[in-house]
Design a protein around this ligand. Structure first.
Ligand SMILES: NC(=O)c1ccc[n+]([C@@H]2O[C@H](COP(=O)([O-])OP(=O)(O)OC[C@H]3O[C@@H](n4cnc5c(N)ncnc54)[C@H](OP(=O)(O)O)[C@@H]3O)[C@@H](O)[C@H]2O)c1
Length: 503
């Protein structure tokens, strides 16, 4: 849908330009606003070098949209994840396998409404607004009027408003909806000095909680100044060994395992994983490894261990605007960059030590800088992941199927009267792959990968020899509900057949 509407907008814009050119007219001061705008665009995944400030078609609002002239935007780790195309899983789930399908970047923005669609009643030209919409790193965004866009409260600056959407909503929903924080509870915020953390400390205080912030030495005073009752310097002390207990842990860093965090969580406590993983971490599943571990762990512990994904919505944006207007929350703004310096801003954020929010100012002077160096060089980083994805599909998905068919053929040639065993051979091989993945997930070095791979391989060998005990053991150890169900049905059918045969 997005691609179609972008194509439509681009076509309309180009048609308008051609008409003006054909008539030999220059747009006069009184003529409609120009049909192009400057925006950050990326055509390949990679480092911040892939980002270009380009002249592109200015969006045109449809009946339900609002056209906003962007005044400020803010940078989130989400932006560099999309720029890098990592974790690679996001490529499979819509970001574009080889190249980004949506070439615009940025979500958080604030600005002034320039035009509204025919059916929009909530906003009018001149309104000051803020919200979240893909493509915020540009002079204009078009947002649906009933989605994540609200009026900017008076007295809140454009920079402050732009700092809110993703980071503050994440903090609010993490504390309120996942942590169910109540007044008087003890809340620990790991990564208290970053974008999400600085909001989380203040919002937790506004809920009446006793807040402990974890940050590095240089940020201790800042975290205290925004309201933390206690601070822990992670360069000197490991909070999971502090001996203190907490009702809620909001984890923006994910640098401790959930088992370690459990040590300092009350028996009915809640652990909320917000994020983690830097630009140099494993690009495959990134912070999702912790999530998968948490899901495996969840049924066996009394605490509530989970993760969250922020949901940008009008109700929470309004609540956040109110929190700022009433002085309960004051955004911590670390640095301001002009739009053309977005690559520098992202490089800074990627280091993982931002102090509050990094803001992009989108003014009237967004000159397009000359391209230096070889622009195609940055696309080189798209090749290895592509090859790796093909290799994984071939090795993990296709090879076991082919091998299962080959083994089954051999088996049937040697045992003509016996039932085929394709699924059995396939399951044996997939469990070896599963064992290797489990070994990797334990993050205990190559020894764990070898041990897990060997255990599963030995079980798979017995299973391929049709030992039922190996089959049942592997089914249980697959940690895979689909395998549990399929093998359960298979087992039940065989038993039923056995009962008929013996009756
Ligand atoms: N689940 C969601 O919906 C959602 C939404 C938003 C963000 N996120 C994720 O949440 C994470 C945080 O986002 P953010 O915007 O706050 O990022 P950020 O602004 O880049 O935060 C970085 C902060 O992490 C701190 N930090 C680094 N290493 C630390 C450690 N070992 N212990 C404690 N603090 C440490 C840094 O403090 P020092 O400088 O003191 O080291 C810095 O202030 C990211 O992974 C992001 O992808 C998830």
């Amino acid at each position: 849908m997005k691609t179609h509407s972008q194509t439509l907008i681009a076509t309309i814009a180009v048609a308008l330009l051609l008409t003006v050119a054909a008539l030999g007219q220059e747009p006069s001061p009184g003529s409609p606003p120009r049909a192009t705008m400057k925006a950050i665009v990326y055509h390949n995944y990679g480092s911040p070098d892939v980002l270009r400030l380009e002249e592109i078609a200015k969006p045109v609002p449809n009946d339900n949209q609002v056209l906003v002239k962007v005044r400020a935007a803010s940078v989130n780790p989400l932006d560099w994840h999309y720029m890098e195309g990592t974790p690679y899983l996001i490529r499979i789930f819509g970001a574009g396998l080889f190249k980004p399908t949506v070439t615009r970047l940025g979500v958080d923005y604030s600005g002034t409404v320039e035009a509204v669609g025919r059916k929009v009643t909530q906003f009018k030209p001149g309104d000051e607004v803020f919200g979240g919409k893909t493509g915020a790193f540009g002079e204009y965004v078009c947002a649906l009027a009933d989605r994540a866009i609200v009026l900017k409260p008076a007295g809140v600056t454009f920079e402050q408003a732009a700092s809110l959407p993703i980071a503050a909503i994440t903090a609010l929903q993490g504390l309120r909806d996942k942590g169910h924080v109540l007044a008087g509870q003890k809340v620990l915020i790991n990564g208290a000095s970053g974008g999400v953390g600085t909001f989380a400390v203040q919002i937790a205080k506004s809920f009446g909680a006793e807040v402990t912030g974890v940050c590095s030495t240089r940020n201790l005073d800042m975290v205290r100044s925004i309201g933390a009752d206690h601070v822990i310097d992670y360069t000197k002390e490991d909070f999971t060994r502090s001996g203190q207990n907490y009702d809620v842990i909001i984890d923006n860093v994910g640098n401790h395992s959930m088992l370690e965090c459990r040590r300092v969580l009350n028996p009915k406590g809640k652990y909320v994983l917000i994020g983690g993983g830097g630009v140099n971490d494993s690009p495959w599943i990134g912070p999702l490894a912790s999530v998968i571990k948490g899901l495996v762990l969840a049924p066996f512990v009394s605490q509530d261990m989970g993760m969250m994904l922020a949901d940008l919505n009008q109700k929470d944006l309004t609540a956040l605007g109110d929190l700022i207007q009433t002085g309960k929350v004051t955004p911590v703004i670390d640095r301001l960059y002009p739009l053309r310096d977005l690559p520098a801003a992202i490089r800074y954020l990627e280091k993982g030590h931002a102090r509050g929010k990094v803001i992009i100012m989108v003014g009237d002077k967004n000159e397009i800088p000359p391209i230096v160096g070889n622009p195609s060089a940055s696309s080189a980083s798209t090749i290895p992941p592509t090859l790796i994805i093909f290799a994984v599909i071939a090795l993990v998905l296709i090879a076991p199927i082919v091998l299962a068919l080959v083994f089954n053929r051999r088996f049937q040639q040697g045992n003509p009267g016996k039932r085929p065993y394709r699924w059995g051979y396939y399951f044996s091989m997939m469990t070896i792959v599963g064992g290797l993945i489990l070994g990797l997930m334990l993050e205990a070095g190559s020894g764990a990968v070898i041990v897990c791979g060997l255990i599963y391989a030995v079980l798979a060998w017995f299973f391929a020899q049709r030992h039922h005990w190996a089959w049942i053991t592997l089914t249980i150890l697959s940690f895979n509900p689909v395998a549990w169900i399929i093998n359960g049905i298979y087992l039940w059918k065989r038993w039923a057949e056995g009962a008929v045969a013996t009756s």
